[in-house]
Unconditional design. Structure first.
Length: 136
Protein backbone atom coordinates (compact mmCIF):
# COMPACT_ATOMS: atom_id res chain seq x y z
CA UNK A 1 0.00 0.00 0.00
CA UNK A 2 2.86 2.37 0.76
CA UNK A 3 4.40 1.96 -2.73
CA UNK A 4 1.04 2.77 -4.32
CA UNK A 5 0.80 5.95 -2.23
CA UNK A 6 4.22 7.16 -3.44
CA UNK A 7 3.32 6.43 -7.07
CA UNK A 8 0.27 8.66 -6.76
CA UNK A 9 2.34 11.46 -5.23
CA UNK A 10 4.94 11.09 -7.98
CA UNK A 11 2.20 11.20 -10.64
CA UNK A 12 0.77 14.42 -9.16
CA UNK A 13 4.25 15.93 -8.95
CA UNK A 14 4.96 15.20 -12.65
CA UNK A 15 1.55 16.61 -13.62
CA UNK A 16 2.29 19.75 -11.61
CA UNK A 17 5.67 20.21 -13.33
CA UNK A 18 4.06 19.82 -16.77
CA UNK A 19 1.42 22.39 -15.86
CA UNK A 20 4.06 24.86 -14.64
CA UNK A 21 6.06 24.47 -17.88
CA UNK A 22 2.92 24.92 -19.98
CA UNK A 23 1.83 28.07 -18.13
CA UNK A 24 5.38 29.49 -18.22
CA UNK A 25 5.52 28.97 -21.99
CA UNK A 26 2.20 30.80 -22.47
CA UNK A 27 3.11 33.70 -20.17
CA UNK A 28 6.65 34.16 -21.53
CA UNK A 29 6.65 32.90 -25.15
CA UNK A 30 9.90 34.66 -26.14
CA UNK A 31 12.03 33.01 -23.49
CA UNK A 32 13.74 29.65 -23.08
CA UNK A 33 11.09 27.44 -24.67
CA UNK A 34 11.17 29.40 -27.94
CA UNK A 35 14.85 28.52 -28.37
CA UNK A 36 14.29 24.82 -27.70
CA UNK A 37 11.96 24.66 -30.69
CA UNK A 38 14.52 25.79 -33.24
CA UNK A 39 18.17 26.74 -33.19
CA UNK A 40 19.22 29.48 -35.61
CA UNK A 41 20.99 28.49 -38.81
CA UNK A 42 22.22 32.05 -39.35
CA UNK A 43 22.44 35.15 -37.17
CA UNK A 44 22.21 38.78 -38.32
CA UNK A 45 22.05 42.10 -36.50
CA UNK A 46 19.94 45.16 -37.17
CA UNK A 47 20.92 48.40 -35.47
CA UNK A 48 18.46 51.01 -34.28
CA UNK A 49 20.56 53.97 -35.36
CA UNK A 50 21.41 57.14 -33.46
CA UNK A 51 18.61 59.74 -33.79
CA UNK A 52 16.16 57.09 -34.99
CA UNK A 53 13.52 58.76 -32.80
CA UNK A 54 13.68 61.85 -35.03
CA UNK A 55 11.00 61.67 -37.80
CA UNK A 56 13.19 63.71 -40.18
CA UNK A 57 15.91 61.08 -40.02
CA UNK A 58 16.01 59.03 -43.25
CA UNK A 59 17.33 55.84 -41.63
CA UNK A 60 15.80 54.23 -38.54
CA UNK A 61 17.04 50.63 -38.78
CA UNK A 62 20.32 49.60 -40.37
CA UNK A 63 19.61 47.72 -42.55
CA UNK A 64 15.90 48.50 -42.89
CA UNK A 65 15.32 45.48 -45.17
CA UNK A 66 17.06 42.24 -44.23
CA UNK A 67 16.92 38.77 -45.77
CA UNK A 68 17.49 35.64 -43.74
CA UNK A 69 16.93 31.91 -44.25
CA UNK A 70 14.21 30.01 -42.41
CA UNK A 71 15.25 29.38 -38.77
CA UNK A 72 17.58 32.38 -38.93
CA UNK A 73 17.91 34.75 -35.98
CA UNK A 74 17.72 38.53 -36.10
CA UNK A 75 19.03 40.60 -33.20
CA UNK A 76 18.03 44.24 -32.92
CA UNK A 77 20.44 46.50 -31.01
CA UNK A 78 19.33 49.92 -29.77
CA UNK A 79 22.15 52.41 -30.38
CA UNK A 80 19.86 55.42 -30.01
CA UNK A 81 19.57 57.52 -26.84
CA UNK A 82 15.77 57.06 -26.87
CA UNK A 83 13.71 54.04 -25.82
CA UNK A 84 12.39 51.82 -28.63
CA UNK A 85 10.48 48.59 -29.25
CA UNK A 86 10.48 46.10 -32.11
CA UNK A 87 7.02 44.74 -32.93
CA UNK A 88 5.93 42.70 -35.95
CA UNK A 89 3.09 43.87 -38.16
CA UNK A 90 1.90 47.40 -38.61
CA UNK A 91 0.83 50.07 -36.15
CA UNK A 92 -2.66 49.39 -34.77
CA UNK A 93 -3.08 45.95 -36.38
CA UNK A 94 -2.96 44.11 -33.04
CA UNK A 95 -1.66 40.93 -34.72
CA UNK A 96 1.92 40.49 -33.62
CA UNK A 97 4.23 37.49 -34.20
CA UNK A 98 6.87 39.01 -31.96
CA UNK A 99 7.11 41.96 -29.62
CA UNK A 100 10.17 43.17 -27.76
CA UNK A 101 10.18 44.73 -24.34
CA UNK A 102 11.17 48.37 -24.01
CA UNK A 103 14.74 48.62 -25.31
CA UNK A 104 17.00 51.18 -23.64
CA UNK A 105 20.32 52.27 -25.10
CA UNK A 106 22.51 49.20 -25.63
CA UNK A 107 19.68 46.69 -25.11
CA UNK A 108 19.15 43.82 -27.55
CA UNK A 109 16.18 41.76 -28.68
CA UNK A 110 16.43 38.55 -30.73
CA UNK A 111 13.88 36.51 -32.64
CA UNK A 112 14.18 33.24 -34.60
CA UNK A 113 12.07 33.25 -37.77
CA UNK A 114 10.74 29.71 -38.21
CA UNK A 115 8.34 30.48 -41.07
CA UNK A 116 8.93 31.72 -44.61
CA UNK A 117 7.45 35.06 -45.61
CA UNK A 118 7.83 38.80 -45.39
CA UNK A 119 7.56 40.28 -41.91
CA UNK A 120 7.13 44.01 -41.40
CA UNK A 121 8.01 45.52 -38.06
CA UNK A 122 7.89 48.91 -36.35
CA UNK A 123 8.51 50.75 -33.09
CA UNK A 124 5.36 51.28 -31.01
CA UNK A 125 6.78 54.48 -29.51
CA UNK A 126 7.75 55.88 -32.92
CA UNK A 127 5.36 54.31 -35.51
CA UNK A 128 7.15 56.02 -38.41
CA UNK A 129 10.11 53.69 -37.74
CA UNK A 130 9.51 50.69 -40.01
CA UNK A 131 11.51 47.79 -41.35
CA UNK A 132 11.12 44.48 -43.17
CA UNK A 133 12.47 40.95 -42.73
CA UNK A 134 12.33 38.56 -45.71
CA UNK A 135 12.57 34.90 -44.71
CA UNK A 136 13.32 32.42 -47.51
Amino acid sequence: MKVYKYRIHFFYFVCFLCLVCFVFNIMFPNTFFHYIKSQPVERKEIKIVINAHNPTNNIYFDPSIESIPKNGEITWINEDSSFHTVVSGSYGSGLYNFSSPLLMTGDKFSWIFDKNGTFNYFCTLHPFMKGTIKVT
